[in-house]
Design a protein around this ligand. Sequence first.
Ligand SMILES: Cc1cc2nc3c(=O)[nH]c(=O)nc-3n(C[C@H](O)[C@H](O)[C@H](O)COP(=O)(O)OP(=O)(O)OC[C@H]3O[C@@H](n4cnc5c(N)ncnc54)[C@H](O)[C@@H]3O)c2cc1C
Length: 464
Amino acid sequence: MAWNVVILGGGFGGLYAARKLEHALPAHAAKVTVVTDVNFMLYTPLLPGAAAGTLEPRHVVVPLREHLSRTDLLLGHVTGADPDRREIFVTTAEGQERTLRYDHLIVALGSISRALPIPGLSEHAVGFKTLSDAIALRNRIIHTLERAESVEDEAARRALLTYVFVGAGYAGLEGLAELQDFAADIVDLYPRSRVEGLRFILVEARERVMPEISADLAAFATAELRRRGVEVRTSTTVERISDDSVELSDGEVVPCRTVAWTAGVRPHPVVEKLGLPLERTGRIVVDRFCKVDGRDDVWAVGDAAAVPDPARKGQPTPPTCQHALRQGRTVAGNVAAALGAGKPKPFTYKTLGVFVDMGHQKAVAETVGIKWRGFPAWFLARTYHLAMMPGIKRQLRLVVDWTVDLLFERDTSELGQLGHPPLLEVPGGGAAAAGEALGAGGGAHGVGGGAVGAGSPEQATGRR
Ligand SMILES: Cc1cc2nc3c(=O)[nH]c(=O)nc-3n(C[C@H](O)[C@H](O)[C@H](O)COP(=O)(O)OP(=O)(O)OC[C@H]3O[C@@H](n4cnc5c(N)ncnc54)[C@H](O)[C@@H]3O)c2cc1C
């Protein structure tokens, strides 16, 4: 009888594990199932480009079915597990509760934005982790510009045109840089806003931005942001967020209507319900082979796992896609070995390079010890992502989008209503909730939750 291998999550770790298993195992030796709540892998390094409108949102995702030929896909939400009975609990896209049995389990459930106990954070800030976050932020910029044109009160206009990003890692720095570039590009279309000016603030608790890159490249990135008029506030934290202001640790209260929260990630909460050993930050404890501590049949990779970092003794690998995808390949080889095909290998990858795309044809990069900045770094970053994007079809789409962006102005349509059709009138009174009637919004557990356009920007962030 064929072995049952179940992979939880279809992101970088899950997709690359499944692809490698298709090659590593003899045909029909195993039934491989990926359980995922969306039917695509989000290529996160290009998310800032989708937010800024340089890339079509559909072009920064990889449809799983197109890239997996011998793997079953089960669209659903993992809710828990019983590793002693080798069982996984799933609520399917249809809302049915199912129990899956496995011989080997690979956990690749990724992470969510890490929230801190800051008053007003969950009500008023938007994350920058999913496609809907990115599109909500883009829509919010357009929406605030539109509203700033019609308000008479100057203080209210200033608050509408102020954008605060909290956290200066990959997501915060790239997200702010691309969105500021986008706003600066379109502000000329808004006469009152042009006169008032835009205010972008990057708040970072540590002493400098981007600890992932060397200090002089981080200094270059900071100087580039300041050159564009962005206020970079290091050694500063956010104390409180309200509907129309943000209070900083230096006592300043910044009137603002948009707060993007990009201050780190933590493993997906369902990881706590899998009955597996967790370390201090909630990541699953695994060894160099990505095998879970105390289990011979459970493996974990990516942001949800604390895989020992070969480059930094005693520390787990950083939560990056370059690690997750390689851990996916390593774990697939090791599961195949456990099933009798090949030999197990430890995870040995050491970071080869880092790219931080800052829009405006500028970036900073560090590759095998060589530092790049400005246009060469930007060109290198785009070439790298082009090469890493799976499938020639997607690669060509990226090239077309980037070329169009070089030649034409940005689009300022705010399409927050996409996927949220108006209610149909029901003869005799009442109306069907269109979202329910058409299945928009993706079911009880957010299946399809990466849907572009999470309603209006206010719906998406809870702000008014
Ligand atoms: C804006 C941004 C920019 C980034 N830029 C870079 C970069 O330039 N370079 C870099 O190396 N890294 C970058 N990263 C980090 C990188 O995206 C992550 O480290 C990587 O995605 C982790 O891979 P993973 O497989 O662990 O998780 P993911 O890729 O997040 O995959 C997890 C999958 O599990 C699914 N899932 C979660 N919960 C459930 C559930 N309960 N049931 C079913 N399915 C579920 C999710 O929908 C998702 O498909 C960036 C991240 C962000 C947010």
